[in-house]
Every structure is written in C-alpha cells, then in structure tokens.
Design a protein around this ligand. Structure first.
Ligand code: NAI
Length: 300
C-alpha cells in the first residue's frame, strides 16, 4: 500500500462528473466538493420534497467563500447550478463516478449497489463512504469488482483534507488512480489504506471517543474534558466532535468495531443510551450539547 500511495499516475480519462447517493451530514459535504471541482453533479434523493432544504444546506457551505471573498455570489451560483437531482435511479449512465453516503447499514448499502449496477455505465466507479464496514464485505455481491472501492471522507468534508482510499484485492489500479487524481485536483489528500473494519482513522478515533465517555461517566464535565483536549492541541474536544459526527454514526461504527475486534473496542454505555434516546448531536440539535437556535454545523 505504501507503493500504491506513491505510484498513482495521471489517467487519460479522468473523472469529470459524479453522482452522490445520501444527502445527510456527509452527502451534503461531498455534493459541495464535487459541485466546486467537477463539471457535473447528480444527486439521488429519497424524496423530492427534500431538494430545497438540501440545496440550501449545500449553498451554506459556500458562505465562507463568499464572506472571505475567495468566491463571488455569481461564481457560487454557477457551481450550484451544476447540481441536478432525482428521486429515482435515473440519468446516471454518463457519470464516471458514484459515491454512496447513505445510512451505515450493510444490507441497505448492498441493496443500493444492486439497483445502481443496473443503471450505470460499464466503466463507472462505485465508491462507498462507509466509515467502518469492510469494503470486501460490502462489495461481495457487486458484479464489476474492479470498479468498486472505499472512499472515506471525513467530517466536515469542506475542511478535512484526508480521504482514506480502500481498495479490495479486486479493485483495479486504474480505478484507484482515477479516484486519487480526482481527489488531488479537488484539494484533498488521498491515502491508500488496507481494507479492514474501521480502516486506520476510526480504529484510532473510536477508542479515544469511548474513553472520553468513560471519563465523563466517572464524574467529570463535558465542557471541562473538551477544553482540556483543546488545550492539548486538538482542534475540538471529543464531545464536540461526537456531536458533529452524529451519535448514531458513532454508535454504529462502535458496534461494527466491537463485532470485529471484541473487548479491545468496547461500546461506551453512555453512547448507547444517547443513541436510544435519539440525542444524536448537531443533526438533532441535541447531543452532548444543546444546539437550539445555533447553526446546524458548529464547525463550518
Ligand atoms: P446521515 O444520517 O447524516 O445521512 C444518512 C443518509 O442516508 C440520509 O440522506 C438518509 O436519507 C439516507 N438513508 C437513510 N436510510 C436510508 C435507506 N434505507 N436507503 C437509502 N438511503 C437512506 O449520515 P452521515 O453521517 O452522512 O453518514 C453517511 C455515511 O457516511 C455512513 O456510511 C457513515 O458511516 C459515513 N461517514 C460518516 C461520517 C460522519 O462523521 N458522520 C464520517 C465519514 C463517513
């Protein structure tokens, strides 16, 4: 993998357009990125009535560029106008790249790939933004395995440069090259990593978040732990991060890692309680912190 990281080459037919499935926290960030750097973006909605709200949230990510005068309102409108949407698996044939950022559920993701494979071109690359499920497992029923890989963005997509690229044994070198090339030209830092549950970052991040919850349960305060960790040099504390990521995502990732690594990756009972109580963080306006009346994206 070290070799792969250093050896991707420029391809003759680079990725110029993309379809994004899933329009939650990550989907919106990815739609923003592709509208900024690619020629064309198509998004698949579960329900057409969501369109206005989703496009508004994507536009909001551009606010910073307008405020800092790195982009004009007209330039942002031009980028946003590249986005088309549908609630069906329709109009994907001429797209080079499809990324799925839907719910972290193996069965739902696999069903989605089945539908996708009927409507995409022969050379279209399918990527999953899963944060924890093994790519080999997710792609086990995919027909064209050469074109399937994990492309794991981090939250918030507009601010985080790292993207984990997770090929399987069957993923072609060309697919890896194309994806890395597209990400580099979109200002990201793709790193090719080995396929396993949680890849690299989340195998390190989850125990850290869990431990913060254990310390809290032992009698500390949320703000105090967050503030200490910020003083340690992290850009935000563990509870702000957990609220930003989403407690549901954190819980699902923790469950998958617990299944794969056993007692090395316990699930903090506090996270489980919050998940069951639907205190999911910024997305529900309540998690470790309250977000009523606040911007939905505290760190954008
Ligand atoms: P989210 O909960 O914000 O959005 C989930 C999306 O999936 C929504 O658009 C929802 O409509 C859709 N969805 C829900 N049920 C569905 C179904 N049955 N069929 C089709 N679509 C369905 O989740 P988020 O955080 O955007 O996560 C999406 C993916 O990205 C997950 O695989 C997650 O593990 C991964 N991820 C999440 C990160 C985070 O910090 N939240 C970071 C990196 C990856």
């Amino acid at each position: 993998f070290e070799k792969l990281n250093k050896s991707y080459e420029k391809t003759s037919n680079p990725i110029s357009n993309a379809v994004v499935l899933g329009n939650g926290v990550m989907g919106k960030g990815i739609i923003y990125l592709f509208s900024k750097y690619l020629k064309d973006v198509r998004i698949k909605l579960r329900d057409l009535t969501q369109a206005h709200e989703i496009l508004k949230d994507v536009a909001k990510i551009y606010d910073h560029s307008i405020k800092s005068r790195s982009m004009s309102k007209n330039q942002v409108d031009f980028k946003l106008n590249k986005i088309s949407y549908t609630d069906k698996f329709l109009g994907f044939k001429n797209f080079d790249f499809v990324i799925e950022a839907i719910i972290e559920d193996e069965k739902v993701k696999k069903e989605t790939y089945k539908e996708l494979e009927n409507v995409i071109g022969e050379n279209t690359i399918i990527a999953t933004n899963t944060s924890s499920i093994s790519i080999e497992k997710l792609g086990s029923e995919i027909k064209n395995k050469e074109n399937f890989l994990g492309v794991h963005f981090f939250n918030p997509v507009n601010l985080m440069p790292l993207v984990e690229i997770i090929p399987t044994e069957q993923t072609s070198k060309e697919s890896i090259n194309k994806v890395c090339e597209m990400l580099i030209s979109s200002g990201k830092t793709p790193i090719v990593v080995k396929d396993c549950a949680g890849f690299i970052v989340n195998r390190i991040l989850l125990p850290y978040l869990n431990e913060a919850a254990f310390i809290l349960e032992e009698g500390s305060r949320i703000e105090r732990i967050d503030s200490i960790i910020k003083d340690f040099g992290m850009p935000m504390g563990p509870f702000t991060l957990a609220d930003t990521v989403g407690i549901d995502i954190g819980y699902k990732v923790a469950s998958i890692l617990n299944e794969s690594y056993g007692s090395r990756m316990p699930i903090a009972s506090l996270i489980e309680k919050m998940y069951n109580a639907k205190l999911l963080g910024a997305k529900t306006k309540a998690g470790f912190y309250e977000y009523a009346g606040r911007d939905k994206y505290p760190n954008s």
